[in-house]
Design a protein around this ligand. Structure first.
Ligand code: ZN
Length: 265
């Protein structure tokens, strides 16, 4: 009765469906731990799919500016979380969005928001990649757009082939990026730039592991922990192992795997 009185957004169809799903997997939706689960799941799903009712103009309106700069604009390492439409399980990782302006630019903070518009809906990674690229193309008609998405899929990690280390990489190239190999090389070189190396003690790590979700997690830990090694050490024994956490340069030199050749002993 009390819960009926609480002010909250009503999603009766979704809540009934979740309760029904719980019964279908042999659970009792009335038991204490589950009594509010239909409400929580319905609320979470509404948020995780909130991008479906939005479009690129919702975030780009008012954020397009006339500029004469014509070089590569790249916003790299944008984390995102999405839901695979085949299993309703998360896939998450990083996106890199680049373009070559032709008179107009997009406010930089809008590119991550644009990504979220397309990530917060039932998706497949391939479509997400293309939708982001096309949205940038349509918004400012640049000379070219390059989008690369690197993601780990829970439907591959927790079930199915159960591969925790694999990373799925998708790319979309439009305009000059499609026709010009040098431009694509410039885009990829910018993704591997010196900043990326500074984040990682293992510079020679294969490209496909540079942006593993583990690095997202260890970076998040480092940011929330006074001791940068404390949280990341815990992560190392966690599920998403494989890439060691970033080590502050000079502070813990012996944690760095490869010895510099000029090392004194
Ligand atoms: Zn899936």
């Amino acid at each position: 009765m009390a819960t009926q009185m609480m002010v909250r957004e009503e999603r009766p169809d979704a809540e009934a469906a979740v309760a029904s799903l719980l019964r279908a997997i042999g659970e009792d939706p009335e038991r204490e731990g589950l009594s509010r689960t239909p409400e929580r799941v319905a609320k979470a799903l509404a948020f995780l799919t909130s991008g479906a009712s939005r479009g690129p103009l919702d975030v780009l309106n008012g954020a397009i500016f006339t500029e004469s700069y014509r070089g590569l604009v790249l916003v790299r390492d944008i984390e995102f979380y999405s839901l695979c439409e085949h299993h309703l399980l998360p896939f998450f990782g990083r996106a890199h969005i680049g373009y070559l302006p032709a008179g107009r630019v997009i406010g930089l903070s809008k590119l991550p928001r644009l990504l979220d518009v397309y990530a917060r809906r039932l998706q497949v990674q391939e479509r997400l990649t293309e939708q982001v690229a096309r949205a940038v193309q349509q918004a400012i008609q640049p000379r070219g757009v390059a989008v690369r998405v690197e993601a780990a899929h829970f439907c591959m990690m927790m079930r199915g082939v159960e591969k925790q280390e694999s990373l799925t990489i998708t790319s979309s190239f439009l305009g000059d990026f499609r026709s010009d190999t040098d431009l694509r090389q410039e885009f990829f070189a910018a993704l591997r730039g010196p900043e990326a190396a500074a984040h990682s003690p293992r510079k020679r790590r294969p490209a496909h592991t540079i942006h593993t979700p583990d690095r997202l997690l260890s970076r998040a830990n480092a940011e929330t922990s006074a001791d940068p090694l404390e949280g990341s050490g815990a992560r190392r024994s966690g599920v998403l192992t494989g890439a060691p956490p970033p080590v502050p340069r000079g502070k813990y030199p012996r944690r760095v795997g490869r010895r510099p050749s000029r090392q004194r002993s």
